[in-house]
Write a protein that binds this ligand. Structure first.
Ligand code: GDP
Ligand code: GDP
Length: 438
């Protein structure tokens, strides 16, 4: 596989510690980074960093089990997730020892192309080879004793995993250097290719694929008002469910790869079907990755005024913590709302790359604290002294003070709102970092 981000999949029996390991891997971002408050993290897919290399983690446990047809779905989706992985970690439990279920999974994994590492979890306090000895019987190489809860030997495991992976593919530089790179995501039939065709002009037809082939991401460059854009339409994955019956399903991993390479993510949904759980998942993943993100409702022409009002109210309500992201209504087919859409792309891109002046940041922090001081903890005030910018895309703000680890999520949200309004940072997530000077 030749992905921009390598994909690591975790498989194993229930209760061996896959989701604990998933959480540990996806939280190894800089300890200073405040989690995006109010955003529910995806339980199965996450971005992670090891030694400044980004990657994607999939926890296959429970994938598909939110759906109705539990067993068949879960199995098919786990298989699909494994197919998308560059490396598989077979997680086992040192306390239980080698179990028949481990052998069954190992048997399946041996038939796959990807490298597999056996991870013997819950090995805290156990030294030497004793913890892993019996797992050699899986014939998948030397087992790794780790502890997901304590973090023991996880970095050494990752170092080994990454040593075996090919270098990531470089991003394409074939486009105009100033072009804003847009990832267009959404369920099949939302109207993505119709929109791209609109932007390219009616005369240019995109290549149509033969049924049954896996369409990949299609990148197109276009100009609008003399400004260059590159838009990548990430197609779904087509799978044969029954003979001659192909369903197209958006691959979450492909969507994450596209978001990685984009500067602005557009999540397009169909006005008639509304916001699906898949759309919400894409929204939170794009924000988790720190991308400027727009929610675009297509096929607006298909609704009457009453339906429009209802959908609009519903979306505003359900966007909740994402209320700083633009919500646009278009008709790709009739070409309405496209200028507004690209204006919002420009504005979000500008916000994502904003330069924030240090003294203005500190003044805003001071004003925020003056208007609403952080609550005292055990009689001691949390002090926030000054702020400066930590980075761009997304904008990050470093706040110096003391006892900042005691700040509530609610207070962090308040600070974010103040900074967002003061510096017009709409359309992009922002990150707050805290540093204690005591
Ligand atoms: P999953 O079903 O494979 O996703 O397993 P979970 O991550 O939900 O973990 C199952 C149980 O094992 C939980 O009670 C975890 O706290 C516990 N657990 C996970 N990792 C470790 C570990 O490294 N050491 C110990 N002692 N317990 C662990
Ligand atoms: P994709 O799978 O997301 O690329 O979706 P397509 O662009 O292939 O569009 C799916 C269907 O929706 C096609 O029949 C389009 O003609 C139709 N469609 C796309 N945009 C609109 C729109 O704005 N209004 C209406 N009524 N139909 C649309």
């Amino acid at each position: 596989m030749n992905n921009v981000l390598p994909v690591i999949a975790l498989v194993g029996r229930p209760n061996v510690g896959k989701s604990t390991l998933f959480n540990r891997l996806t939280r190894t971002r800089d300890a200073l980074v405040a989690d995006q408050p109010g955003v529910t993290r995806d339980r199965h897919y996450g971005f992670a960093i090891h030694d400044s290399r980004r990657y994607i983690v999939i926890d296959t446990g429970g994938i598909g089990q939110d759906d109705e047809d539990i067993d068949a779905q879960a199995f098919a989706q786990t298989t699909a997730a494994l197919e998308e992985a560059d490396v598989v970690l077979l997680v086992t439990d040192s306390r239980q020892g080698l179990m028949p279920g481990d052998r069954i999974i190992a048997e399946q994994l041996r038939r796959m192309q990807q490298p597999v590492h056996v991870v013997v979890n819950k090995s805290e306090g156990q030294v030497g080879v004793s913890a892993t000895a019996e797992f050699h019987a899986l014939a998948l190489g030397d087992p790794w004793a780790v502890s997901a809860t304590h973090g023991d030997r996880i970095n050494a495991l990752l170092a080994q995993v990454f040593a075996d992976l090919p270098e990531p593919r470089a991003q394409s530089t074939a486009y105009h250097g100033d072009a804003i790179r847009i990832a267009l995501l959404g369920r099949p039939n939302a109207g993505k290719s119709t929109l791209v065709n609109r932007f390219l002009g009616e005369t240019r037809m995109l290549t149509q694929d033969a049924p049954g082939t896996t369409r990949d991401a299609v990148a197109s460059e276009f100009y609008f008002d003399d400004k260059p854009y590159v838009i990548v339409d990430t197609a779904g994955v087509r799978r044969r469910t029954r003979i001659d019956d192909f369903v197209e399903k958006l691959s979450v991993v492909k969507a994450m790869q596209a978001a990685e390479q984009a500067q602005v993510v557009i999540i397009m949904l169909d006005a008639v079907s509304g916001l699906s759980s898949q759309d919400q998942r894409l929204l939170s993943l794009a924000v988790e990755r720190g991308r400027a993100t727009l929610l675009v409702v297509n096929k607006w022409d298909g609704l009457d005024n009453k339906q429009r009002e209802k959908l609009h109210a519903d979306l505003v309500k359900r966007m909740g913590a994402f209320d700083y992201l633009p919500l646009l209504f278009i008709s790709a087919l009739h070409g309405s709302g496209l200028r507004e859409l690209l204006d919002a792309v420009q504005a979000s891109h500008k916000a994502a790359f904003a330069e924030l002046n240090t003294s203005q940041l500190s003044r805003e922090l001071e004003a925020a604290v003056e208007a609403h001081a952080p609550p005292a903890i055990h009689g001691r005030r949390i002090k926030l002294r000054f702020a400066h910018q930590g980075g761009r895309n997304p904008p990050s703000i470093v706040i110096h003070g003391n006892q900042t680890q005691r700040l509530s999520d609610e207070y962090k949200r308040y600070l974010m709102r103040r900074f967002r309004e003061r510096f017009n940072l709409f359309g992009t997530p922002i990150q707050l970092f805290f540093k204690n000077s005591e």
